[in-house]
Design a protein around this ligand. Sequence first.
Ligand code: TXA
Ligand code: MG
Length: 313
Amino acid sequence: MSQATKILRPDAPGLAEAAALLRAGRLVAFPTETVYGLGADARNGQAVAGIYAAKGRPSFNPLIVHLADPEEARRYVRWNDAAEILASAFWPGPLTLVLPLRAGHGLSSLVTAGLDSLALRVPEHENARRLLKAFDGPLAAPSANPSGRISATSAAHVLTGLDGKIAAILDDGPCTVGLESTIIGLTGSRPSLLRAGGLPPEALEAALGAAPDVVSGAEIIAPGQLQSHYAPAAAVRLDAQVARKGEALLGFGHMDCTLNLSPGGDLTEAAANLFEYLHRLDALQKPIAVAPIPDHGLGRAINDRLRRAAAPR
Ligand code: TXA
Ligand code: MG
């Protein structure tokens, strides 16, 4: 079933229409500070199944549930001390917590893909929060891109990947962080880093008092942990100092290149530009070479995404 995807403005009527579509079990892409999410009512199995269908996502990959208020988390998961520390430090914001699922949570089992844990996030984006309040319930939302492809940081990116497959997009311009949330697992005895993301690792370590354990990709089924992910159609080559013949060069810092993530060498700016520039270079239909990016702060998550974009497919 294909129909035109409606573009909604983030004003009162647009937000009301988006919330009404979600209540009716339809799919609505919405902005967050990290990337655009593809939202559905997390309690409605048919709506959640629609997410998997629209994205072409393997059905065993669980989704993040978005909440308007940190207090609501306790309805769905068994809360603990580490969760309290991290939620008070970073919610609302670009952090997702994975916690043990609570009995009677009322969510579709498709959201957790049958796991006994749940990923939760309280976004900071003003209009994501207004939408969550208008909808007044939990929204399941993966990144709003076809499975395995570059995440969407603008409504135009969402349309490129999902036009005709979803009811509407709430268009509120580009995302400010530009990288998906950092995911921390809190189901074991110690916090574990399941995905580097939009929260700088130094801030996380300061709050936890130590670096979280890093879980190797083989142990988790998170698709963001799959080797090939966030992939443009074109081939990607990393650590390039110059472009080879026929390549487009994605630069960082002062250099000659096709597009520069941050001429001034600012990692926050580079993160915000990353997916937009990969989308633009992909449209050139040339192989993409990428300059080295410093591996600290948000550079760690940027390099994680680039390694997966460059991985053999
Ligand atoms: O910034 C973000 O996190 C964006 C915005 C829309 O919130 N969402 C996002 O969702 O990136 P998605 O589905 O593209 O990535 C969610 C990741 C996946 O790698 C998924 O496997 C993992 O979270 N995940 C979800 N539930 C999990 C669980 N119970 N245990 C481990 N990993 C989980
Ligand atoms: Mg994703």
